[in-house]
Design a protein around this ligand. Structure first.
Ligand code: NAD
Length: 489
């Protein structure tokens, strides 16, 4: 049985309180690890270590090229231990090992991308309007960063924060989701192996309303980067006002997938499945709102349901499994409630709509892949982020109507449009109010392009150049080469 400790000031330590938490496998409810359970006290110790490490200036003044080499070393260690990391991620989240292997490749790619960018942000010389002067802009680390991650992509979300923060010379305290800490602990072992100086990167394990709340409110933390739900994001925003922290929020999504009648329908059906049922729909950018042109509605739904009926549920460690369980009993109950609300509001269950009967799945938190038709935007099931394997289907007749439906949400994370009419696709995406819009594609992302939301899906961007800029302050330095008295007063 694994015992998970915190990494504070260069040492693996138990929580001061001595409390622990069992970590559960969502496939069969086995206890897979026991984690030390930190609270505000541990968070404060980690913040003090990160503050001291930042203020010493050692990491920030390490040449950027060396910080880049360090980040590259972490990528290499992740690649070396890919299989172990993938298995830990699947054990903890229930997702298939094949998916987790893909995550680990993506994670190594994120570290490699930011390793390359570490020494490419050297600032610029401004054409000063003042004679005999030098005006330059430099980028400096923000300082001590609090980083809070969710359970759906535990290590992937962590990598989007760790790599750019370390590349730019910040120090940090990471708090993974209390229910999925396994791969975060392992990656901190790799960060230690890569030779991180004491106090630069700290890991605190524990709950959101203790450790997370302390990171958000503590005045020694200069930036808080959070990925998670909208309700938590709002609390963090309030707490972060304590010292006007810099804020990066990656919140939820309720993402439209708009299919026009002239699209390649076979591909659109196939990708509509991937858009939602990957990781049992527990993806912030899942294409849960299928918006179909009326003339293809019936045929599309028929084809979709036929494919959904074949999705194989099971253990993430069985290579025949296509979809694993949901993360927890609480989350399963939430998804069930959400579908029941949809039925009450008039949605029709085309397939799924409950837990599977298969005796082998009874110990896991499984929910059947579900398609709900006869949906309208005013329904809760269409508006709220259910975060489960559930597609709602709406219909439209005109392009304007399709855009209106797609934008009818408090969220603005991602969306897709399927059509072979290029001009129509461009007209639609220009009006879709989302941080990422795909044409004839869904759910694709890579480290080079920014990721984040319009509207209540968040503030700021991760990945791409913007993802590293989040972790820097911009400083203008003006030097007068010929100082003279002004004689104004
Ligand atoms: P959550 O908001 O419940 O928890 C996320 C993290 O916040 C956890 O580590 C939790 O312990 C912590 N937390 C909880 N209360 C806190 C508080 N008061 N102060 C500080 N921290 C606190 O979210 P979740 O259920 O773990 O994750 C699912 C959510 O994450 C979904 O809404 C999903 O859309 C979102 N998400 C968004 C993105 C994105 O890129 N936009 C990516 C992945 C997940």
């Amino acid at each position: 049985m694994r015992f998970l400790r915190q990494y504070i000031n260069g040492a693996w330590v138990n929580a001061v309180s001595g409390e622990t938490r069992d970590i559960i496998n969502p496939f069969n409810q086995d206890v897979i690890a026991t984690a030390t359970e930190g609270n505000e006290t541990d968070a404060k110790l980690a913040i003090a270590a990160a503050r001291e490490a930042f203020d010493s200036g050692e990491w920030a003044s390490t040449p950027a090229i060396e910080r880049g080499q360090f980040i590259r070393k972490i990528a290499e260690l992740i690649e070396r231990d890919k299989e172990e990391l993938a298995e830990l991620e699947s054990l903890d989240t229930g997702k298939t090992v094949e998916e987790s292997r893909g995550d680990m490749d993506d994670i190594a790619g994120v570290f490699r991308y930011y390793a390359e960018l570490a020494d490419k942000n050297g600032g610029e010389i401004i054409d000063s309007p003042i004679p005999d002067s030098i005006s330059k802009v430099v980028h400096e680390p923000v300082g001590v960063c609090g980083q809070i991650t969710p359970w759906n992509y535990p290590l992937l979300q962590a990598s989007w924060k760790l790599a750019p923060a370390l590349a730019t010379g910040n120090t940090l305290i990471m708090k993974p989701s209390e229910i999925t800490p396994l791969t975060s602990v392992k990656v901190f072992e790799l960060i230690e192996e890569a030779g991180i100086p004491k106090g630069v990167a700290n890991l605190v394990l524990g709950a959101g309303d203790t450790v997370g709340a302390e990171l958000s409110v503590n005045s020694d933390v200069d930036l808080i980067s959070f990925t998670g739900g909208i309700a938590t994001g709002k609390k963090i925003m309030q707490a972060a006002s304590s010292n006007v922290k810099k804020l990066a929020l990656e919140l939820g999504g309720k993402n439209p997938n708009v299919i026009f009648a002239d699209a390649d329908l076979e591909t659109a059906v196939d990708q509509a499945l991937n858009a939602v049922f990957f990781h049992a729909g527990q993806i912030c950018s899942a294409g849960t709102r299928l918006i179909l042109e009326e003339s293809i509605h019936d045929d599309f739904v028929r084809a979709l349901v036929a494919r959904v009926s074949k999705i194989k549920l099971g253990s993430g460690f069985d290579n025949k499994t296509q979809m694993g369980p949901l993360i927890s009993a609480e989350h399963l109950a939430k998804v069930e409630k959400y579908v029941e609300a949809g039925k009450q509001e008039g949605a029709t269950v085309a397939i799924g709509g409950g837990r599977p009967q298969d005796p082998e799945l009874q110990d896991g938190f499984f929910y059947l892949p579900t398609v709900l038709t006869d949906c309208t935007t005013d329904m809760k099931v269409v508006q709220d982020e259910g975060f489960g394997p559930v597609i709602t289907v709406e219909k439209f007749q005109t392009e304007q109507e399709a855009i209106k439906l797609a934008n009818d949400s408090i969220y603005g994370l991602a969306g897709g449009v399927w059509t072979n009419d290029i001009a129509k696709a461009e007209r639609c995406v220009a009006k879709m109010r989302m941080g990422t819009v795909w044409i004839n594609e869904f759910n694709l992302y890579f480290p080079h392009a920014p990721w984040g939301g319009f509207k209540q899906s968040g503030i700021g961007r991760e990945l791409g150049r913007l993802g590293i800029e989040e972790y820097t302050e911009t400083k203008h330095i003006f030097q007068n080469l010929k100082p003279e008295p002004l004689n104004w007063f």
